[in-house]
Design a protein around this ligand. Structure first.
Ligand code: ADP
Ligand code: MG
Length: 425
């Protein structure tokens, strides 16, 4: 991809915008761009420099993202969305690259889940993260009529509260964990660097709730030592965002976070973000993606996805099932799936207890919060503003006499997709 129209190769120390920004190390990359930690010589601060590929369609996409981010910039600080600081063009051997200067953030929630060893982040942390994301969504939806359309753990980054210059170890959590690929000293892993990485991992582990001691495997959902750490995060990646009345694509969202109305092509609005949000909250709390549909013999990934949804949420109301442009591909006129029959209903609160060993009270409270977001009827889903009022977010603690139901801990969950019979054409 480092060729004409592709990525711009960067080396540590490279200068941008007439010397204002100096590249420090690579932070990450996406389909469209590489992102570098850079030092801003004008403000003496660290920033994230997103350097877009140079081909025309990427320039177009970057212009769109800049457009969206510019709208959001004024309220970005207090509303949990990433702030655009500056943008400019950079000419390199592969062409003209649009560059966005963004506030420097830390690890993504995906990494946080990874550092929980896919066991899930403690619920009190999930609550704090949910609050931030909802503040961001409420800001997008109500103040700007913007739909993110690609909400997922990769696109929510933790706020790094420490200046990387003063404390490169604790800062950002990610920069040091991320191997500085493409940098001049990328291959060097000195002893010191290893030590720094270990310390950085411990910092992430603290937030993700993973015990930092070797071999520690205690249940972390009840870990009280983490209460002091204030988790904050921000929504990033507005490359696919649109306005409610100015949409660009019919097929939006990353598969696992895709709302039913998008699969059915029944039109969409802000509530698609609420669906993705709920999928993400579940994943944070359990370490597993909620829906991972697969193609099977005689049925598509889309049909499997709809089946998985109905196994968790019950039958889709007929009116909704048959109401989309693609409904006929999946449903018969009664509103039953054409090729996947006999669904096994396994509701959310039971799933949380039986498969994920939540206490009855945690499962009850968490599913009371999530369930309304999984309404098949998009207009029935609560808005971000309404979610922010939910008791679960107000830090409702479980009552002390509602203790863990030991008998239910014994039960072993059965994989959902094993439970349905799939009928070939
Ligand atoms: P793309 O549009 O190419 O997917 P993203 O905006 O998602 O690009 O950024 C790619 C990656 O770069 C992210 O997943 C993250 O790891 C890193 N990144 C993006 N923005 C920032 C930021 N402001 N601070 C720190 N890292 C960032
Ligand atoms: Mg991305």
């Amino acid at each position: 991809s480092y060729r004409k129209g592709g990525y711009h190769a960067v080396r540590v120390g490279d200068q941008f915008a007439g010397g204002r920004y100096i590249a420090q190390r690579k932070l990450g990359w996406g389909q469209f761009s590489t992102v570098w930690l850079a030092y801003d010589t004008t403000t003496s601060a660290y920033v994230a420099l997103k350097i877009q590929k140079s081909a025309a369609q990427f320039v177009q996409a970057a212009l769109h993202e800049i457009d969206v981010l510019s709208c959001l910039a004024d309220g970005a600080d207090k509303n949990c969305v990433v702030k655009l600081i500056d943008h400019f063009k950079h000419i390199g051997p592969n062409g003209q690259h649009l560059c966005m200067v963004l506030e420097f953030l830390g690890d993504s929630l995906l990494r946080l889940v990874k550092y929980s060893r896919y066991k899930g982040v403690p619920l009190n942390k999930v609550r704090e993260i949910c609050k931030c994301i909802l503040i961001g969504l409420d800001y997008l939806h109500r103040e700007h009529s913007i739909i993110h359309t690609d909400l997922k753990p990769e696109n929510v980054l933790l706020v790094s509260t420490i200046d990387p210059a003063k404390d490169p170890i604790k800062s950002g959590l990610s920069p040091i964990l991320e191997r500085p690929e493409g940098s001049v000293n990328g291959g060097v892993t000195s002893l010191i660097e290893k030590k720094l990485k270990r310390r950085a991992r411990r910092a992430v582990a603290k937030i993700s709730g993973r015990s930092s001691s070797i071999g520690g495997t205690e249940s972390l959902k009840t870990d009280r030592n983490l209460d002091g750490i204030d988790v904050r995060c921000k929504v990033v990646d507005f490359g696919n965002a649109c306005w409610a009345d100015k949409q660009f694509a019919e097929e939006i969202q990353t598969r696992q976070y895709r709302a039913p109305e998008v699969i059915l092509q029944a039109g969409y609005s802000f509530s698609v973000d609420m669906w993705s949000f709920a999928c993400m909250a579940f994943e944070l709390a359990t370490g597993d993606m909620l829906f991972t549909p697969k193609v099977g013999q005689g049925f598509s990934e889309d049909e499997d996805h709809l089946a998985l949804m109905m196994e968790l949420l019950g039958k889709m109301p007929r009116k909704i099932a048959i109401g989309g442009a693609k409904s006929k591909d999946f449903f018969d006129r009664h509103g039953d799936l054409k090729r996947i029959r006999r669904l096994k209903f396994w509701p959310l609160n039971k799933l949380l207890v039986e498969r994920y060993k939540f206490s009855e009270s945690d499962a009850h409270e968490f599913s009371e919060f999530l369930q309304p977001l999984f309404e098949f009827a998009p207009e029935k889903r609560p808005s971000a503003q309404q979610c922010l009022q939910h008791p679960w977010l107000k830090g409702m603690e479980s009552t002390p006499n509602e203790m863990k139901n030991e008998s239910s801990v014994e039960k072993v969950g059965v994989g959902m997709s094993n439970l349905k019979i799939k009928v070939g054409k």
